[in-house]
Design a protein around this ligand. Structure first.
Ligand SMILES: C[S@@+](CC[C@H](N)C(=O)[O-])C[C@H]1O[C@@H](n2cnc3c(N)ncnc32)[C@H](O)[C@@H]1O
Length: 270
């Protein structure tokens, strides 16, 4: 029953997506600069936080999904005249609706779709082999998708590395075009995201082809909201994902790690 209500609220919220409101909401400085190329968005500073009631006002979703919603609204409210590609769109329409309503063109590829991919529509495709011409898109993004690309989903062709994926994304992006990916840290997906390995995540973007790599951490600084630890249900999957890290480091993260959302943005060099 709760799931059904959550699913209804998610659809309702996405259907009502309003880029003007999102732009207004996220017009101030809601982040804190950390190291070079790293920002933190503390819950306290997030426009979705209601300080009087001490709650996040996103009305649906898990703790981390609420941050995904906030981050999408902060990044996708102004897409006028942009050609935008979503990789791995699943069934979440909030970003698509913001893009369309702010004047952009949305195209999506998803390995589970059967229909042929076409500009301006959603269709079949995957990150290793994007069915569009070179230099087609101004923006390419994935919501909770990048961390799964190499996991060998049944519907996804095997044998690609992250280097292959990023080369393909780079190919179809226009010079100066931007990527946006959000991923969970200390939760699930490829081991570099489970371990929160910033160097490796940054290393996805070869400096010869990419610039302005920025990592944003949403909800790592969660006060006064409760901490989100790695979820036991997800920790069970870690064994099959983690190959390159020492067991004591993994254990530290399992017991004391704070799960949060990272957004990764970067620009294709001109
Ligand atoms: C956790 S779901 C997220 C779906 C949706 N973006 C959302 O936020 O609800 C991950 C999605 O990534 C897609 N995916 C996995 N591997 C992929 C790949 N190599 N290329 C493109 N999409 C992929 C899956 O089919 C799935 O739809």
């Amino acid at each position: 029953m709760r799931n059904l209500l959550g699913s209804f609220q998610k659809r309702w919220y996405s259907w009502r997506a309003d880029p003007t409101k999102a732009k207004e909401e996220f017009s101030g400085k809601y982040w804190r600069e950390e190291d070079e190329g790293v920002r933190s968005i503390p819950c306290r500073q997030c426009p979705k936080f209601d300080a009087d009631r001490e709650v996040c006002t996103v009305p649906f979703g898990t703790t981390l999904r609420k941050c995904i919603v906030a981050s999408i609204e902060s990044h996708f409210h102004s897409c006028k005249d942009l050609q935008v590609l979503e990789i791995g769109f699943g069934h979440f329409w909030l970003p698509r609706n913001l893009i369309l309503r702010s004047g952009g063109t949305w195209t999506g590829i998803e390995p589970r779709q059967k229909t042929k991919a076409e500009l301006g529509k959603g269709g079949h495709g995957q990150a290793g082999d994007i069915p569009f011409e070179d230099n087609t898109f101004d923006v390419i993004y994935g919501i909770q998708s990048l961390e799964h690309w190499a996991q060998g989903y049944k519907t996804v062709a095997k044998g690609y590395t992250y280097e292959d994926y990023l080369r393909e994304v780079h190919r179809v992006l226009k010079p100066g075009g931007k990527v946006y990916f959000d991923v969970p840290i200390h939760d699930h997906g490829h081991e570099m995201f489970i371990m929160g390995d910033f160097d490796r995540i940054r290393g996805l973007f070869n400096p010869e082809g990419w610039t302005d790599v920025l990592l944003e951490k949403w909800r790592e600084d969660h006060e006064p909201l409760p901490v989100q630890r790695p979820r036991p249900r997800k920790v069970k999957e870690w064994k099959s994902e983690i190959r390159s890290y020492a067991p004591e480091d993994v254990e530290k993260i399992r017991t004391a790690g704070i799960a949060y959302i990272m957004t990764i943005t970067a620009r294709k060099r001109t």
